[in-house]
Write a protein that binds this ligand. Sequence first.
Ligand code: NAD
Ligand code: IPM
Ligand code: MN
Length: 369
Amino acid sequence: MATYKLLLLPGDGIGPEVMSEVEKVANFLGEAGVAQFETEKGLVGGCAYDAHGQAISESDMALAQAADAVIFGAVGGPKWDAVPYDVRPEAGLLRLRKDLALFANLRPAICYPALADASSLKREIVENLDIMIVRELTGGVYFGEPKEIIDLGNGQKRGIDTQVYDTYEIERIGRVAFELARKRNNKVTSSEKRNVMKSGVLWNEVITALHKREYADVELEHQLADALGMQLVRWPKQFDVIVTDNLFGDMLSDVAAMLTGSLGMLPSASLGETNPKTGKRKALYEPVHGSAPDIAGKGIANPIAMIGSLAMCLRYSFGLGEAADKVEKAIADVLASGLRTADIKGDANSTVSTVQMGEAILGELKKAY
Ligand code: NAD
Ligand code: IPM
Ligand code: MN
């Protein structure tokens, strides 16, 4: 049986609450003989800052580099509002993404039929929705230099962020999108703002050329990012794979979350380049949501985005597609049975806790083994 090294980074707020449920699922899969998982735990975010003044320590970075996959909860919260910018909780996540070169963030938005009424949109707009947002994750305005606030000396300051993309960054994320589309409904929608941004002009040119050169069999369309935001809530089923930059991808995936019922439903995979020699790639699996300070500590967070992220890990890092399908089916079956956490309550009469939802999914999963 294959052995995989998992690094668990629960983080802050609801991060540890939802991570506990994932641990139960991973332990069970180990016991069931699906694979052997060697798990270690580390600190990231505000809890890491409290422990050693950094958003992630060098030793935990080394564990992340050595792991077959990192499973990440969530970071941040008002407790750390005043800490220096370089060591704020979110810096830990950004460092992991950058240092592990996790340029491709896959954010699937799937609306389970049982949850169509939990969305703020009408049932027919979202029911059975299945789209994939491919977000560029190591470039753009998140990492471009200069990034600073300068004193202009006249009582004014200037805040600067730099949006920057090179050809190779656009090409490699484009390839990820086209390859995924070929295995899905064969359509890619590329999104930027070429009407106001030079990086958008280049993005559009590079994706168009790549399509012509290598992926002419895939349908390609371009939508300006503001219009795409509108189309996502007007008629989301027109999309299959959406490919976009780091910042637009961040915003559009939170919007897409509400098509599925809740931010607590959206998993994600952050992937690096595949090493041609080993066939392996660095990877981190993270729910799209944050630390949810408004509900942290109450035991009511939805663990499905986190458990779904483990399913993505099984599929994308370990080639355990069958086990991933079983985890996802367990989630679908529990939702079909009517169990709801508070965020996806819809018109349900009662709701369950994080632990109850996690254990119900585990119970369903056990039936498949
Ligand atoms: P958030 O995603 O934490 O919460 C937004 C809303 O969604 C809240 O009302 C929250 O209760 C709800 N929500 C989120 N996840 C949920 C879940 N699993 N179950 C039920 N409800 C859920 O976004 P925010 O409030 O803007 O940010 C809070 C902190 O989290 C900030 O410090 C932010 O930087 C950080 N953040 C971290 C990550 C990450 O670690 N990957 C992602 C986004 C935001
Ligand atoms: C996300 C988050 C992060 C981002 C923050 C916490 C750095 O919002 O993963 O969607 O902006 O990428
Ligand atoms: Mn976000």
